[in-house]
Design a protein around this ligand. Structure first.
Ligand SMILES: [Fe+2]
Length: 307
C-alpha cells in the first residue's frame, strides 16, 4: 500500500510553455518583407492556416494560459506577424484600441487622470481585461518585444481555484461576489458621466452557458463607487481583500522574454504585472496586447467605443 499524493499536490503550478509550431516557422516572411506582410494581415488579408489544436486545448484546460516562445532574433515585424497569425487561428482580433496595442509607459498616471493603467509604468494589480459591462474579450494576449530594464514581472492566477478557496474559507462572501457593482467608464468624454457609470455594473463571479465568468477590477470598482458618492459595502471590501491576498499567495510569477507570447483565458484567468522602470538609454519595455473574440462560442459584441 502506498501513500502517494495526487499529482497536482506534488507538482506546483507552473507556466505552460509551448514552442511556436514548425509550420509557422516555415511560413515566416523574410525580415525585409515582414512589415508589408504584417500590414496585409492586419488589413484583413488571408491568414496562413495551421493546426492550433494543442494551443486551444491548453487554453481550455484548468491551466487557462500558454506562453509560446519565438526566437528573440526575429525582427519586431516578424514577431508581430507570427503573433497575429496565431491569434487569428483562435478567433478575431478586437479593434477597440487597434488590433495591436503597444503597452508602454507613456508617462501617464492612472490615479490622477482617466488614463488606462496600460499607459503607465505602475503595478496593475490583479485584474481581468475590459471594464465595460457590455464587452469581455475571450482571450487576452501579450507579445513581449522588449522586457525592459527593471521590474515588470508578469502574474497569473486561476479564478476557479480562487472560488473554491473562497467557498471553503469565506462562504458568506460568495453572495456579494455575485452581486453587480459599478465599474468606472474610461470612454473618452464619458468618464464623469454618472449615468454611464451607474449603468456599467458587473459581478465578480457569474456563470453563462460556457461556465465561470470572473471579472475583477478592484481599482475601477472603487473609483466608480466614489464617483457615484456611494460607500463601498464592508463585505465588498472584505471580498476584495480576500481576493488580493489569495492571489498574492497563489499567483504564478514569471518574466517574459523577447519573443514570448502569453495568451490567457480572460474569463477564468486573472493577470497583472509588477511596476517597472525604463532606465535612461535602455530599450523601453514594450508588450503588444491583443484581445481575441470568438474563441469557442463567444458572445462578444463588436463595439467601436473604447473601454
Ligand atoms: Fe490587463
Amino acid at each position: 500500500m502506498t501513500n502517494a499524493l495526487p499529482l497536482h499536490l506534488l507538482t506546483p503550478p507552473q507556466v505552460v510553455r509551448l514552442p511556436v509550431p514548425h509550420a509557422l516557422r516555415r511560413a515566416l516572411p523574410l525580415s525585409h518583407e515582414a512589415e508589408s506582410a504584417l500590414s496585409a494581415l492586419l488589413a484583413g488579408g488571408p491568414v496562413p492556416h495551421f493546426d492550433v489544436t494543442r494551443i486551444s486545448e491548453v487554453l481550455s484546460e484548468a491551466s487557462g494560459h500558454v506562453v509560446l516562445r519565438a526566437p528573440a532574433c526575429w525582427t519586431d515585424a516578424q514577431l508581430r506577424w507570427v503573433y497575429v497569425v496565431i491569434l487569428r487561428q483562435l478567433g478575431s482580433l478586437n479593434d477597440r484600441y487597434g488590433q495591436l496595442f503597444d503597452v508602454i509607459d507613456r508617462g501617464l498616471d492612472h490615479t490622477t487622470s482617466n488614463a488606462p493603467i496600460s499607459k503607465t509604468k505602475a503595478a496593475t494589480g490583479m485584474h481581468t481585461d475590459s471594464s465595460d459591462a457590455r464587452y469581455n474579450p475571450d482571450l487576452v494576449a501579450l507579445l513581449c518585444v522588449q522586457p525592459g530594464s527593471l521590474g515588470g514581472q508578469s502574474l497569473l492566477a486561476n479564478a476557479a481555484d480562487l472560488l473554491a478557496r473562497l467557498r471553503r474559507t469565506h462562504p458568506e462572501l460568495e453572495p456579494i461576489a455575485r452581486q453587480a457593482f459599478p465599474r468606472d467608464v474610461v470612454t473618452p468624454g464619458l468618464h464623469d458621466h454618472r449615468t454611464a457609470i451607474a449603468a456599467n455594473t458587473i459581478p465578480v463571479f457569474a456563470e453563462d452557458e460556457h461556465g465561470l465568468v470572473f471579472r475583477y477590477m478592484r481599482f475601477w470598482t472603487e473609483r466608480a463607487m466614489a464617483k457615484l458618492g456611494l460607500d463601498v459595502p464592508a463585505e465588498l471590501t472584505q471580498l476584495f481583500d480576500f481576493i488580493d491576498a489569495d492571489m498574492a499567495e497563489h499567483a504564478l510569477r514569471f518574466n517574459l522574454q523577447r519573443g514570448d507570447m502569453l495568451i490567457a483565458h480572460n474569463r477564468t484567468m486573472v493577470h497583472g504585472r509588477e511596476a517597472f522602470e525604463d532606465l535612461p538609454g535602455a530599450a523601453r519595455r514594450c508588450l503588444v496586447r491583443a484581445w481575441v473574440d470568438g474563441f469557442h462560442d463567444s458572445r462578444a459584441q463588436s463595439l467601436s467605443l473604447r473601454a
